[in-house]
Ligand binder design. Structure first.
Ligand code: PXP
Length: 239
């Protein structure tokens, strides 16, 4: 029996604060409570438009976290500078589109490969581990290995959307991507759209070491509190 690492994405706590442009609820407090509930990692996305997490949140979480910190960000010079200054344990590079409600798809590493390679190198030189958020696509996985990433985070959005009616080919796609990632020597993470109800088949994929989950945990936390919501998800990480 072993247990996957759970990264808790606390962006939505900041979304609620930003709805009023006030000081509460504080995502830094949420991060500390998530750790109290058994999270292995605090994950957040510092977006270029700062729609939820602000620099202050990122900085304080990097300083205060007792577990690991995973910063999701776009591969831009500004974000690279921030990451090197704040020194999270890992950076997950994600695509960013200003119009989107959430991160809709994975990176296209076949385009602008040199840009990603230089960001990966700069982060690694700064002692930060790197992951590429990509769809379950073999060409992207191969490119991630070639560009020097330490890990891939497989985008589980299609699986999550399909899972209520039966996942069909979408689960097999995640399984195959996880196997391919390991073959290329990459660590394998997964995330997006995972819930208390659909996470189990993903947990059973042996190559996956880490899941990053936000919306479902923070939604449940509204009713039962963050520590309880996180500890319930932690209990589902066992395989
Ligand atoms: N992983 C990455 C790279 C993400 O961009 C997100 C969404 O911010 C998540 C995981 C968490 O997704 P969800 O909020 O749907 O659990």
């Amino acid at each position: 029996m072993n247990r996957l690492r759970l990264g808790v994405n606390i962006d939505h706590v900041a979304t609620l604060r930003e709805a009023r442009k006030t000081t509460e609820p504080d995502p830094v407090t949420a991060a500390m409570l998530a750790e109290g509930g058994g999270a292995d990692q605090v994950t957040f996305h510092l977006r270029e438009d700062r729609r939820h997490i602000q620099n202050r949140d990122a900085r304080l979480i990097c300083e205060m976290a007792q577990t690991k910190v995973n910063l999701e960000m776009a591969a831009t010079p500004e974000m690279q500078e921030i990451a090197l200054a704040m020194s999270p344990d890992s950076v997950t590079l994600v695509p960013e589109n200003r119009e989107e409600v959430t991160t809709e798809g994975g990176l296209n590493l076949l385009r602008e490969g040199e840009r990603y390679a230089s960001t990966v190198k700069a982060l690694k030189d700064g002692g930060i581990r790197t992951a590429a958020f990509i769809g379950p696509d073999k060409a992207q996985i191969k490119a991630a290995a070639k560009l020097g990433f330490d890990a891939i985070e497989i985008h589980t959005g299609e699986y999550a959307n399909a899972s209520r009616r039966g996942p069909g080919d979408t689960l097999r796609a995640v399984q195959d991507a996880a196997t391919a990632g390991t073959r290329y020597g990459l660590h394998v993470h997964a995330g997006h759209g995972l819930t208390y109800h659909n996470v189990h088949p993903i947990v059973l994929i042996p190559e996956i070491e880490e899941l990053n989950i936000g919306h479902s945990i923070i939604s449940r936390a509204v009713f039962v509190g963050i520590e309880q919501a996180v500890s319930e998800m932690v209990a589902l990480m066992i395989r």
